[in-house]
Design a protein around this ligand. Structure first.
Ligand code: NAD
Length: 276
């Protein structure tokens, strides 16, 4: 479909954005559903100006990525309560000039997990306490899971602070007893991501076949931690599923239609494989 006078525009703001996979994923989905939408990438340093442009030009929505997920908040009209708790917005929806901020990182994570196990009542060892772990911790709380947040010793204060907000225990990454006792183990550290692709965030020897092991890292597509978990009989969920499903949730917020998830997965996997 060619853009015309009725085309609705969405986009991503961030810096840098040139490597974003979102335009390919969203444009393919718009085309599949025959929706007159276009999605572009905007390298932005002036967040306030970008949000003013959304209002002035009537963009339907935005994805917001690093480093603007926190800075964008004061310029919006409303913030979804969970996004407010997380303190980060990665999605903006423009309803007739009223701009609402959402966080679909937590929904993307929860959707990827729920495809394998319902999180309610499960013990979760959440490895990491940075931005991704924060969204996941609030998502786990939303779904009634019981996380314990583990972070490396030199950054234990991050785990303590996040745990205090969630109302859950925390500890050192070396707490293999917590990992061994969990129903679900989530790596939300950057360990396993290139150039740390040969490392694991915790000793995989303590994993059990009954566990579901999730990794947020999507480069490489399968981390060493997931490979080791699979070899021990665990069900594994790669980080590209969270990435995919946070995008699918954005698509649904902007269009009001169910996202063509399988198509979006195919596009994402092609691009991720090509980037290797
Ligand atoms: P961050 O910098 O905010 O946090 C990094 C975390 O990793 C911290 O807990 C830090 O203590 C820990 N860490 C870093 N180096 C470590 C090491 N050598 N040993 C042990 N722990 C270490 O980063 P973030 O934004 O939370 O991103 C973390 C990872 O999640 C990245 O790989 C990122 O690409 C990925 N991510 C994936 C998605 C997705 O949709 N799948 C979304 C967001 C982030």
């Amino acid at each position: 479909m060619r853009p015309d006078a009725k085309t609705r525009l969405c986009g991503i703001i961030g810096n840098p954005v040139e490597h974003s996979l979102s335009p390919a994923m969203h444009n393919a989905a718009f085309e599949r559903l025959g929706l007159n939408f276009v999605y572009l990438a905007f390298r932005v340093t002036d967040v306030e100006g970008a949000i003013r442009a959304v209002r002035a030009l009537g963009l339907r929505g935005l994805s917001v990525t690093v480093p603007h997920k926190v800075a964008v908040i004061p310029f919006l009209d409303a913030i979804d309560p969970v996004a407010r708790s997380i303190g980060a917005v990665n999605t903006v929806v423009n309803d007739g000039g009223r701009l609402t901020g959402y966080n679909t990182d937590w929904t993307g994570f929860v959707r990827s997990l729920e495809a394998h196990v319902p999180p309610a009542g499960r013990r979760v060892a959440l490895l990491g306490a940075g931005g991704a772990a924060r969204a996941i911790a609030f998502g786990l709380r939303e779904r009634g899971a019981s996380p314990t947040i583990l972070n490396r010793a030199e950054e234990i204060a991050m785990a303590r602070d996040l745990a205090a907000e969630i109302g859950c225990p925390f500890g050192d990454l070396a707490r293999t007893d917590v990992i061994a006792a969990a129903d679900i183990v989530v790596n939300a550290t950057s360990v396993g991501m290139a150039p740390l692709q040969d490392l694991v965030p915790a000793d995989p020897a303590v994993l059990r076949p009954e566990q579901v092991v999730v990794d947020v890292v999507y480069n490489p597509l399968e981390t060493r931690f997931l490979r080791e978990a699979k070899a021990r009989g665990c069900r594994t969920v790669p980080g590209c599923e969270m990435l995919l499903l946070q995008g699918a949730t954005q698509f649904e917020l902007w269009t009001g239609q169910p996202a063509p998830v399988d198509l979006m997965r195919t596009v994402l996997m092609e691009r991720l494989a090509a980037n290797r």
